[in-house]
Each structure stands twice: as C-alpha cells, then as structure tokens.
Ligand binder design. Structure first.
Ligand code: HMG
Ligand code: MG
Length: 285
C-alpha cells in the first residue's frame, strides 16, 4: 500500500466560511499564497454558493482572481448548482466539488433540498465540468452523525457515496461534519462505503469537535484511505451544523503521518507559519 498520503488543504474555505467577521479578500489571498508554498497539491480556496446563505464566501471571484497560482497546485471551489459551477469556471477553478449529505435533515438545512433532489441538481454540474475537462470531487456530509437527525446508518452513507462516484466524481470525501464520529463508528461507516467505492477514491474529512479526528484518521489509514482533508490552524466549522468546530489541524495530521512513516510532501516549517497566520484571522484567537 502507498506510503504517500495526500492532505487536501481546506483552511481558506471550510476554515473561514463560518467566521462572523467578514475577512477581507486580501487576507484570504495572503493565506492561500502562504499555503501554495507549503507543498500541497490541492487547496480549497472558496465556495461559489449563495451569498445570502454564506456571506463570508461572497468574495469568491475576487479571491480566485487575486491568488498567485503556483504550477502544480490545483485551486478548487465548492459548486452546489449550475450557477455556482459557471461562476467557478469563469474564475478558473482547477477543480470543483459538489456537496451532498447522508442525512435528510442536514441536506435540507445546508442546501435546501432532499438528498434525491441534490443528486439531480449535481448531475448537470458534473456533466458540464467533465465536458470542460474540470475534475469534480463529491462530499458526503454527516457520515456518522447529523445535528438534526442523530445517528446516520452506514448504508445511507454508502448509497450517497456510490451515487456521487457513479455520476463521475473522481473522489468522494466523507465528512464527519460535527466531529461526533469515533474510531468505532467511522470504521463501521467505512466498511459499508468500501463495499461501494474503492479506498483510493475516498477521502476522510473529519472535524475535531470532540478531539477524536486524529484517531479517526488512524482507523481510516488502517482501512486503506490515503487522502485526508484538513485545515491549517484547525480553522473552521459549518454555518449549518451548529456547534461544529474546525477541521482537524493540517499540522497535527502532518505530524501524525510523519510519526507513522508516511510521506506528505509538505514543508512543516512553512506549514507552521501558515497556521500561525491562519489563527490570526479567527475571532476567538
Ligand atoms: P436556494 O435558496 O434553494 O436557491 O439555495 P435558489 O436556486 O432557489 O436561488 C435563490 C437565490 O440564490 C437566487 O437569487 C439565486 O440566484 C441565488 P435571488 O433571485 O433571490 O437574488 N443563488 C446563488 N447565488 C450565488 N451562487 C450560487 C447560487 N445559487 C443560487 N451558486 C443553495 C440553494 C444551494 C444555493 C443554498 O442553499 C446554498 O448556497 N447553500 C450553501 C451552503 C454552504 O455553503 N454550506 C457550507 C458548505 S458545505 C460544508 O461545509 C460541509 C463540508 O465541509 C463537508 C463536511 O464537513 O461534512 C463540505
Ligand atoms: Mg467540513
């Protein structure tokens, strides 16, 4: 099995989307530029979503236009529908992502439609992106627990993951949106999902609300996953998942992986500097 692990940097998007204070675009651009020098292959820069739903991401086009694009780095964005996709394409996103949920409650609260409706909404986005040569990632939120519906059955996660994969997503990222997963519930969920989607097409996206994200990454490594989402400085939260804290901190994941003998290609000193800067952007710093 590969000893290289890809860390997909989420800080500028998942990390900042929930901040109440509107962060100037210039500060977001500075963060992305610092991250570009850390060795990431992929940085999720922003979301092309409704500014009424997520005001912090209203400057998506300005941020995309302002970043320094380092060759070899893919600058990615969330696109919930065709309007978002068209704006992301105009902003020269290298990759886009659709985002669904394994629970009905979160789907309604986050993207204002049922799971089945979301899949139909994603279909034209994925078709258009693939026709334009833009890879599409898929997220499944609430892979163990939902803030509205409670415990989520592993089979429900597997169903949505399979749908996204079959629609053409090159990778499906499994979101423990509220950070309530444990190594036991994550393992059970992965067993179900791995029957539908191969390990090399899956990513773990674990929030660290209860401090268990590193353990959840460890169990996912044991199950064969080699891609994880993380945010420098542990930034983040989701506006439609009350109480959810940040993504697991990239620098903590990088250290865990180095201790376990995995290579990430990251420059840990630069990552420390980027994490320090990221923390200055947070209100509760
Ligand atoms: P809706 O209100 O049902 O949309 O929202 P609509 O199609 O009825 O349109 C209503 C208005 O929104 C219209 O404007 C549209 O033009 C506009 P109006 O005529 O009223 O002036 N609109 C848009 N504007 C800009 N960009 C767009 C767009 N689409 C419509 N793309 C919608 C549906 C999906 C748009 C909305 O619910 C939304 O934007 N949701 C995004 C919520 C979000 O970003 N959540 C956080 C990201 S997901 C996450 O954090 C989880 C993740 O990290 C994984 C994990 O942790 O589990 C990925
Ligand atoms: Mg998230």
């Amino acid at each position: 099995m590969s000893d290289f692990v890809t860390l997909f940097e989420m800080g500028p998007r998942d990390g900042l989307q929930n901040e109440k204070r509107l962060i100037p675009a210039a500060d977001k651009i500075r963060l992305v530029d610092m991250l570009s020098d850390c060795g990431f292959a992929k940085i999720e820069v922003t979301s092309f979503v409704s500014p009424k739903w997520v005001p912090q991401m209203a400057d998506a086009a300005e941020v995309m236009a302002g970043i320094r694009r380092r060759p070899g780095v893919a600058y990615t964005a969330l696109t919930p529908n065709m309007k978002g996709y068209e704006a992301a394409r105009a902003a020269r996103a290298d990759e886009v992502a659709v985002f669904g949920s394994a629970s009905e409650g979160f789907s309604q609260k986050n993207i204002n439609c049922s799971i089945a409706e979301s899949i139909e909404r994603f279909r034209p986005v994925i078709e258009a992106a693939l026709a334009d040569g833009i890879p599409v990632r898929g997220y499944v939120s609430c892979v163990t627990d939902c803030p509205y519906d409670g415990a989520v059955p592993p089979e429900a996660v597997a169903r949505v993951a399979r749908s996204l994969f079959e629609l053409g997503c090159y990778e499906v990222s499994l979101g423990d949106t509220i950070g309530a997963g444990t190594p036991e519930t994550i393992a059970r969920m992965l067993d179900a999902v791995l029957a539908a989607v191969p390990a090399d097409r899956l990513a773990g996206h674990y929030h660290d609300t209860r401090g268990r994200a590193l353990e959840n990454i460890a169990v996912s490594l044991d199950k064969g996953l080699r891609t994880f989402d993380a945010a420098v400085g542990g930034l983040g939260g989701c506006p439609y998942a009350p109480g959810a804290k940040g993504n697991v901190a990239t620098e903590a994941v990088a250290r865990l992986l180095a201790d376990r003998g995995f290579d990430t290609g990251l420059d840990l000193d630069r990552l420390t500097d980027a994490a320090a800067y990221a923390r200055t952007l947070r209100e509760d710093r």
